[in-house]
Write a protein that binds this ligand. Structure first.
Ligand code: CO
Length: 471
């Protein structure tokens, strides 16, 4: 009997990015992460996803941390492991499309500060929104991975995914990720999808799912059997629920098979021991909502990704309307359909989610439309797989409003110089202009905080000096 060729599956660890973004609203601090970096660096992960996505915004807004500083600390600590970030195509790490010069500069600085793999996606799967970032990553000699935002719907056939994958390979991507934000990809569908993708392209295929609907581990098993090269997992204390399947579980699953990862369970157990108290603390403080931890089979009905579920819970809590949770969840697919049935992933998930909240709380659909809803219906986020609901489009942007059909960024003039002037007084490092570009208000607040801290430290030093050398 011919022996099956060995093909170890590679593991990308997500605990420093997606796992805590999905379970505890991205609140893990750099200080909580750094002590374990050295051990994590010894595991032999394919990569550690540790930056981008919502971490940038959350560091600044809630933790008063400079995200660039966090990245540099990771780079110092991870000497043998590739660092991966999540990048929202033309939206970078923000919530609107940016001019090409900002996208290019952000990619350049991410690579310069230590990122090896840039996972780039577009919430509409409009590849025109990916080209600038992919070309920039190629130029920086970073690994450009393009993620297809996985979703369900009439438009999303196997042919759709194969065609998209081919175009991604042709545009210069080094690998493809199937990004299943909501855990919608079920095991036997995964077999079909991965088999088809393997036929369509020759670059590596990475699978990214969330455990939300409870099938994640099985989906990975079938994906790997069908030829997937890499899977994204999270260390068990921050695994499952709206996060990824557990690293240790997947490692054990493939042990002794041709797909054996070769990772050391004892070392993984030590890493899990480190993160468990952080999880317990988050549970105690209420940061980790038990609602996001179990299996939520309704995700298959509402197709809502993990991060979006916890955001909706928070949004409704703030409005004192927690009782409307399921009503809003039911409104989500309706709004999605009106907006051309895009995948639900940042920023489309926020746009659809917020509009769904408005529709429910106002008691009338589209009585109030957000600016972002207007922009989507004006084509500013790119082309959707299905047409918009013409009635809704008319109600929201008016009968004779202009609708964009070109690559949206073609209409955005370069903005880096203007942005630099706007935040001139705060700039202490090159990267500050990018921070400001993404979140002008939050960045300014952070810059003020940073300055105040520095003044405090200076004053302290002066005090000490006065004490040591009395005048
Ligand atoms: Co994810």
């Amino acid at each position: 009997m011919a022996e099956i060729e060995k093909k170890p599956v590679k593991i990308t660890e997500t605990i420093l990015r997606d796992a805590h973004q999905s379970l505890i609203a991205t609140r893990m601090t750099t200080e909580q992460m750094l002590p374990i970096v050295d051990k994590m660096d010894k595991v032999g992960y394919h990569a550690v996803e540790c930056w981008g996505g919502a971490t940038f915004d959350a560091s600044l807004r809630f933790l008063h941390e400079d995200p660039w500083d966090r990245l540099r600390k990771f780079r110092d600590g991870f000497k043998n492991t590739k660092l991966q970030m999540l990048f929202r195509g033309q939206n970078i790490l923000g919530y609107r499309p940016y001019a090409d010069d900002v996208v290019e500069y952000f990619v350049q600085k991410s690579a310069a500060n230590g990122i090896d793999i840039i996972r780039i996606f577009d919430c509409m799967n409009d590849i025109r929104n990916l080209q600038t970032a992919v070309t920039a990553a190629n130029k920086e000699k970073a690994h450009a991975q393009v993620a297809m935002s996985y979703t369900l719907g009439d438009a999303y056939t196997l042919e759709y995914w194969m065609d998209l994958a081919k175009r991604i390979e042709d545009m210069g991507a080094n690998s493809i990720c199937v990004k299943d934000m909501a855990g919608l990809l079920v095991p036997y569908q995964a077999t079909e999808l991965v088999t088809a993708l393997k036929e369509a392209v020759s670059i590596p295929i990475e699978m990214h799912t969330h455990y939300t609907s409870g099938v994640g581990g099985m989906t990975y098993l079938k994906s790997v059997e069908a030829g997937a090269d890499i899977i994204d997992t999270a260390m068990s204390p921050f695994a499952m629920g709206t996060s990824q399947p557990a690293t240790e579980v997947m490692v054990e699953t493939f042990k002794g098979t041709p797909y054996d990862t070769g990772l050391d369970q004892n070392l993984l157990a030590e890493i899990a021991d480190y993160f468990r108290p952080i999880r317990d603390e988050a549970l105690e403080s209420g940061l980790l909502n038990p609602k996001n931890m179990g299996v939520n089979i309704k995700t298959l009905l509402y197709q809502v990704p993990g991060g979006m579920l916890s955001n909706l819970t928070n949004q409704l809590k703030e409005q004192g309307a927690e009782d409307k949770f399921y009503e809003v969840l039911e409104e989500v697919p309706r709004v999605r359909k009106d907006l051309g049935e895009p995948p639900l992933v940042t920023p489309s998930s926020q746009i659809v989610g917020t509009q769904a909240v408005f529709n429910v709380l106002m008691g009338e659909r589209y009585k109030m439309a957000t600016k972002e809803t207007k922009d989507v219906l004006s084509g500013k986020y790119g082309a959707t797989a299905k047409p918009f609901n013409p009635e809704v489009q008319k109600k929201v942007i008016g009968e004779n409003a202009e609708v964009i059909t070109c690559r949206p960024a073609d209409l955005i003039p370069n903005e880096l110089d203007t942005l630099r002037k706007e935040c001139e007084q705060w700039i202490q490092q090159d990267e500050d202009v990018l921070t400001y570009a993404l979140f002008p208000q939050v960045a300014t607040d952070y810059f003020k905080y940073r300055q105040a801290q520095q003044t405090k430290v200076d004053a302290k030093v002066a005090d000490t000096e006065d004490g040591a050398y009395p005048v």
